[in-house]
Design a protein around this ligand. Structure first.
Ligand SMILES: C[S@@+](CC[C@H](N)C(=O)[O-])C[C@H]1O[C@@H](n2cnc3c(N)ncnc32)[C@H](O)[C@@H]1O
Length: 503
């Protein structure tokens, strides 16, 4: 009886129409609860950060329990809520250090920012801090039940230690397991290995609903894309990119030669990365002595790298601006030329091209080079064999093998037409992609450039780490038995130009 009523309360909560938009609002405002899911990296916690974190988590917990909002599903005791807010604040602070800076330490400032963001979010929600608790439970129910579905069964002790699916927050697991048992989502079985846990059919149903909520809110797609964080920080982009696409510099050089770049021009590069185009390939020199390059880049790690490069080479006509293509922080008609290389497939392309057009002077050119349309790394014979386990998982889950792997053919041209650009021209150039250095290939394409990211994002944390390690070793083995011509494929990259109307 008890189990049934708790289950129906749970069912009612997960099927509430507003739940997906609540999750979306939380994430859009930086209330990010699963930072750990995006990468393997964990920050060192500065002692001062730790003590502030505990203090503020207690403050939130006390505030919430005083609100007298009760939920029959959750244990709203102060110690339970303190652990919960501690987990939320840590995750948010980690998210801040990941995205806003290059430091690998969880600082008191990041914790303070997390607290401010959380307060702001709660102030805008009708249910206040309780909204945080709701989102937290959506994420954690999903993590726990998804792990049980994936592994089919888990020893009770292993589940409680969190080792396989959430090694970072152990405190709440016992409480949550007892809730799952009372709701009838999980069943205990006695096997030869002792007590094991399995998902019941009710558990499956709730999990499916949670998956739908996370999908509808965009959280799963968002999570998949965030997996690139670590890579952008630690990866030596310049080295790896040249290894996996050795003739891309030549293709970019040919592309630059087709543009009319003259001394004195104001040029905007969108998604400048570490400055391969603006600095390494000498675009900044073409506008000297009095021209200026504005390099827009959203990733702090890439932007810092570019700044170091400019400082070391004493380049003073490249200005770096932290922003995204979709929201360029400039007045209209500022630039003589706006370009972007290997970026627009990561953006909302119509919005990005519209913005690039808006900031370009009448009569000026907007131009973009993009990777091969719908690029499929499985066309490299060695890669098809090597990544077969990941491909099989993607098929089993019914997920695409990538979604930022180049725009569909003609999509970029369509965006140029939609932005009312004129005299549109297209160009194409061969680009060889090679897996000869399998570590560089794996780092760039699987860990970095978002192939199979949806599949990886659905795996329980530990399984993802293990699978990535296993695949790296498998790559070495397969590479040693593969002929060089089976390790590469020639793709065709695209570029488009359009002129801003003078009317
Ligand atoms: C493959 S790199 C290309 C970097 C550089 N243009 C080059 O050719 O070497 C893609 C870059 O796009 C940036 N990026 C991703 N999403 C973006 C967005 N929405 N707006 C602008 N840049 C973005 C990434 O941070 C990264 O630096």
């Amino acid at each position: 009886m008890m189990a049934r009523s708790l289950y129906s309360i749970g069912w009612k909560i997960v099927t509430e129409p507003g739940l997906a938009s609540l999750v979306r609002r939380a994430y859009n405002q930086g209330v990010v609860m699963d930072t750990w899911m995006h990468g393997e990296w964990q920050a060192d916690m500065m002692p001062q950060a730790q003590s502030r974190l505990t203090e503020w988590a207690e403050e939130f917990a006390t505030q919430l329990s005083a609100d007298e909002i009760t939920c029959p599903l959750y244990i709203l005791s102060v110690p339970y809520l303190t652990h919960l807010f501690q987990a939320v604040l840590t995750s948010m602070a980690l998210f801040t250090v990941h995205t806003q800076s290059n430091i690998k330490q969880l600082t008191p400032r990041a914790v303070e920012e997390a607290r401010g963001t959380l307060q702001q979010f709660a102030a805008q929600e009708r249910s206040g801090l309780h909204a945080v608790v709701r989102v937290f439970h959506v994420i954690w129910f999903f993590e726990d039940l998804n792990a049980l579905r994936y592994f089919r069964q888990l020893p009770r002790r292993e589940f409680l230690s969190g080792i396989s699916h959430r090694p970072w927050v152990k405190d709440l697991l016992a409480d949550q397991l007892s809730l799952y048992l009372r709701m009838g989502l999980v069943k205990e079985w006695l096997t030869g290995q002792g007590e094991t846990l399995r998902l019941t059919s009710r558990g499956q149903r709730i999990l499916q609903e949670l998956e739908r909520v996370l999908e509808e809110s965009g959280e799963l797609a968002w999570r998949a894309n965030q997996q690139r964080w670590d890579i952008f920080r630690d990866l030596n982009y310049d080295t790896v990119f040249h290894v996996v696409a050795p003739d891309s510099d030549q293709a970019t050089q040919d592309f630059l030669d087709l543009l009319t770049v003259k001394p004195g021009m104001r040029v905007l590069e969108v998604g400048a990365g570490t400055g391969r185009v603006s600095v390494d390939m000498g675009l900044y020199k073409r506008v000297l002595p009095d021209g200026q390059i504005t390099a827009v880049e959203p990733s702090a790690a890439m932007g810092d790298h570019l700044q170091d490069k400019c400082d070391k080479r004493q380049i003073s006509n490249v200005q770096i601006v932290r922003a995204r293509a979709e929201d360029l922080p400039f007045d209209g008609h500022q630039f003589d030329l706006t370009l972007s290389v290997a970026v627009l497939h990561f953006t909302e392309v119509d919005r990005a091209v519209r913005e690039m057009t808006r900031v370009t002077k009448p009569g000026g050119w907007v131009t973009a080079a993009v990777p091969p349309p719908n690029m499929d790394i499985r066309e490299i014979p060695m890669v098809a064999l090597w990544l077969r386990p990941l491909n099989e998982l993607a098929e089993e889950f019914g997920l695409p093998f990538g979604d930022r792997n180049g725009l569909p053919l003609g999509r970029l041209e369509e965006a140029f037409h939609q932005a009312s650009l004129q005299d549109i021209k297209a160009w194409s150039a061969p680009i060889t992609v090679t897996a000869e250095d399998c570590h560089a290939f794996f780092t760039f394409f699987v860990k970095g450039a978002a192939f199979f990211q949806h599949t990886l994002a659905r795996l329980p944390y530990r399984e993802r780490v293990h699978l990535l390690q296993h695949l790296e070793k498998r790559g070495e083995q397969i590479a040693s038995q593969t002929q060089p011509e089976e390790k590469r494929h020639v793709y065709y990259g695209e570029a488009i130009w359009g002129r801003v109307s003078t009317n």
